[in-house]
Design a protein around this ligand. Sequence first.
Ligand code: SAM
Length: 261
Amino acid sequence: MPSNWDPQQYQRFSNERSRPFFDLLARVPDEDVHVVADLGCGPGNLTATLVSRWPNATVWGVDSSSDMLTAAAQLPAHSRLYFQQADLATWQPGQPVDRLVSNAAMQWVPDHERVLTHFFRILAPGGVLAVQMPNNFTEPAHRLLAEVVRQEPWASAIGHWQERYFMQTADWYVEALLRLEFVDTEVWETIYYHVLQGPDAVLEWMKGTALRPALARLAGTQHEAFLAAYGARLRDAYPEHAYGTLLPFRRLFFVAKKPRV
Ligand SMILES: C[S@@+](CC[C@H](N)C(=O)[O-])C[C@H]1O[C@@H](n2cnc3c(N)ncnc32)[C@H](O)[C@@H]1O
């Protein structure tokens, strides 16, 4: 997982990145909501919308990144909104959680069987889990990154690092959620066809997320050459048109309820 996030770079495409969050939340019911957690909340701008979505609830944003939480601390304060630094795989709430949301974060965390078991435990009876993860790791943007990091001088410079995500298949989540005895389970995928604006738009998109671990391993003086090598491949794979650059992006969603008894 990236150790150092750049909230500003991440939020450059905030419309495209926030759309799946609202599509996910559209499937989450409203009744009996007192405690809400957004795990892997990032810069907190989406977490803050949950305060008005559930006007009687206390909302917790939890993230492991101090850079992201520094950005969250700059949001307008609200008496029902709190942020906390913790690992989403082990975070313990003070009270059982009625709505547990995790948007675009769980893919960085290993052992989803264990993580889902933990989520089930911290949910209140009748509580709802809502998760979205990117599911596009076989797309050219990631294949080309794997290709570049395998080549010298980058392979040695970044210590033979490779991208690693912990996503399972949609079928796997259906079965895992049923095994845990969640009910009212819905699992679905959506492909967004983003039209990005500006030069090297896909490179700029990747700089906000997947590229961070690679860049963190390179000396600052090597960043430009690495970005030039990767950027040239991306320009061929995702040509810029008069209307912008098309980035197809598949995402996986699930919503499931913990039974009341
Ligand atoms: C792509 S950002 C998504 C942020 C936010 N949920 C959104 O949709 O804009 C992923 C976030 O997950 C956080 N994250 C990754 N692994 C984590 C972990 N084990 N525990 C807590 N947060 C984690 C990162 O620090 C980052 O802020």
